[in-house]
Design a binder for this molecule. Structure first.
Ligand code: ASP
Length: 580
């Protein structure tokens, strides 16, 4: 037998038992008369001791063990004289009477510790060693727990998990497709799904009124810390529902996960219209763990001879509580921050509301104390507060102020990773204008239904049309999004026309869906969660990489298996990618 117990399970009650453990050598310490080996497996670490006096031969064998050797030991559980309360097995140790080396190990290229000396690139190259680290293991376990709990909950409310294909048809929807050449169909390609969107809609037409799937999706996009070319969604769809039904159902799932995974009861699930989110937070995914809402100053700040404000479409600011004491240096830092290209502001105006009630600002030349008092009142500022104000084109200025708001939230410790504030952002615009392409894009996707009352605007004023679309946002991260779908052929065709498709193009690319709409399509809608992101948010982390067992790097490469890679001439010819 290779093991009777795991390395995480023995306790003081097991004292005296004869046991066999197998695992990896975390480390060994040689204290002259005694040698200690920490033996590790997925479940924990158990201390094994070898005594020079009672068994010199075995003790010498133990001393020869290297880090990460795979060994089996036989021995007896004994109470430790020197207990370690930080370890679940810290009350006991194993007095060994036999070792067998199951497999030696080279010295690992980095330490298998929480604080490792391995850089990102090295850890990714040896990901199987990185995965041995407790920190990563916990992430992978959290992911598993969330997947299981999602399945349990969805099953409990009658959803069924149905797999949809990975080799599908390329369609111009959202991001770029990854494509797969077909050997049997010369010159033709499959695409990997960006999401199972059309398939889940076809399942609704087929009568499977509550579908979900934990599913891989593929998007050939430029990568960032929170993006991977392949990622996982909790993809869901329901029939005979309106927006409210969907929001309630998935608040249920979220509450369940918060309860069982984080031990938290989520009270209120606020709903915020897109317009309000943009106006108050400059973002469609506001972090509402803290207030610091935008305050607009157009009516009181323009027309006083300060050109920057007079020529701006929008003058808008935030109030940082108790920051009037910021030094010159701190204010300069903030100015440099907003000028960074990712933020994009030209400059920053500040107003200090001094403790004595007076004001000191960077625009004192143009504005009197009375003027500044009017501003401060708009912010409901109090003595000791600091106003930070940006001006310019409304869209860009809101974008920049959003980043500054989050930065101030971080600086002031207002973004506690253990506090969770979910909300729905609702009433998204149906379309967004793409200046470069000279046409509208679907903001969510082309299957999203306009609000009934806005349908007449589709042709006359498309930009005004609101969608039955919603995002779930937690702590400033968009964790899921969905919509009520179009289920009538006529409206879907109209939508394709608005998006610049001719009827022929629409039929060629989406004929399968348009045709299906002729055979009794029920009203339906759904949502998809970015599963990797949700797990990362629950762990209070920004990057999703450490929550994926085998992620890709920034260039979309798997540096461990070295993919993507070239293929042989023979394969190229077989795939008709090269002349015979
Ligand atoms: N398929 C959509 C997406 O991947 C989500 C949805 O509308 O259900 O974003």
């Amino acid at each position: 037998m290779l093991r009777t117990h795991t390395c995480g399970e023995l306790r003081i009650q097991d004292t005296g038992k004869k046991v066999t453990l197998s695992g990896w050598v975390q480390r060994s310490r040689d204290l002259g008369g005694m040698t200690f080996v920490d033996l590790r497996d997925r479940y924990g670490i158990t201390q094994v001791v070898f005594n020079m006096e009672t068994n010199a031969g075995l003790c010498k064998e133990a001393r020869a063990l290297g880090r990460e050797y795979v060994i089996r030991i036989d021995g007896n559980v004994a109470e430790r004289s020197n207990k370690n309360p930080a370890m679940p097995t810290g009350d006991i140790e194993i007095i060994a009477d036999a070792i067998s080396v199951l497999n030696p190990s080279k010295t690992p290229p980095f330490t298998i510790e929480d604080q490792t000396d391995g850089g990102e690139e090295l850890r990714m190259k040896f990901r199987y060693l990185d995965l041995r680290r407790n920190l990563i293991k916990k992430n992978i376990e959290l992911r598993h727990r969330m997947a299981i709990e999602t399945r349990k909950y969805m099953d409990s409310i009658d959803f069924i998990e149905i797999e949809t294909p990975c080799l599908i048809k390329s369609t111009p929807e959202g991001a770029r497709d990854f494509v797969v050449p077909s050997r049997m169909n010369e010159g033709q390609f499959y695409a990997l799904p960006q999401s199972p969107q059309t398939f889940k809609q076809l399942l609704m037409i087929a009568g499977y009124d509550k579908y979900y799937q934990i599913v891989k999706c593929f998007r050939d996009e430029d990568l960032r810390a929170d993006r991977q070319p392949e990622f996982t969604q909790i993809d869901c769809e329901m029939s005979f529902v309106e927006q409210d039904d969907i929001l309630h159902t998935f608040e249920g799932l979220s509450r369940h996960l918060f309860r069982v995974i984080k031990g938290l009861e989520i009270g209120d699930f606020p709903r915020m219209p897109y317009e309000e989110a943009m106006k108050h937070y400059g973002s469609d995914k506001p972090d509402i763990r803290f207030d610091m809402k935008f305050v607009e100053l157009n009516d009181v700040a323009r027309g006083k001879g300060f050109n920057v404000f007079d020529n701006a479409g929008l003058v808008v600011g935030i109030c940082a509580k108790a920051c009037a004491s910021y030094s010159r240096k701190q204010l300069d830092e903030l100015t440099d921050f907003v000028r960074k290209p990712q933020v994009g502001a030209k400059g920053l105006v500040y107003v200090k509301f001094n403790e004595d009630g007076s004001f000191k600002s960077s625009v004192d030349k143009f504005f009197s104390q009375e003027d500044l008092k009017v501003w401060a009142d708009k912010f409901r500022a109090r003595p000791g507060d600091l106003l930070l104000i940006l001006a310019g084109n409304p869209y860009e200025t809101r974008h920049a102020l959003n980043i500054l708001r989050l930065e101030m939230g971080d600086r002031l410790g207002l973004r506690d990773p253990e506090a969770f504030k979910p909300l729905w952002v609702v009433d998204f615009p149906l379309l967004e204008w793409d200046g470069e392409a000279g046409r509208y894009h679907a903001m969510h996707h082309p299957f999203t239904s306009p609000k009934k009352e806005d349908i007449p605007l589709l042709e006359s004023d498309p930009a005004k049309v609101r969608a039955n679309a919603y995002d779930m946002v937690i702590n400033g991260v968009e964790i899921g999004g969905g919509s009520i779908r179009i289920h009538e052929r006529g409206l879907q065709k109209k939508m394709f026309r608005v998006l610049g498709f001719t009827d022929e193009e629409a039929q060629e690319q989406f004929g399968f869906l348009l045709n299906a709409f002729e055979y009794g399509a029920p009203p339906h809608g759904g949502i998809a969660y970015g599963f990797d992101r949700w797990v990362a948010v629950f762990a209070g982390k920004d990057s999703i990489r450490d929550f994926i067992a085998f992620p890709k790097n920034n260039a979309g490469r798997d540096v461990m298996i070295d993919a993507p890679s070239g293929i042989s001439e023979e394969q190229l010819r077989e795939l008709n990618l090269k002349r015979r």
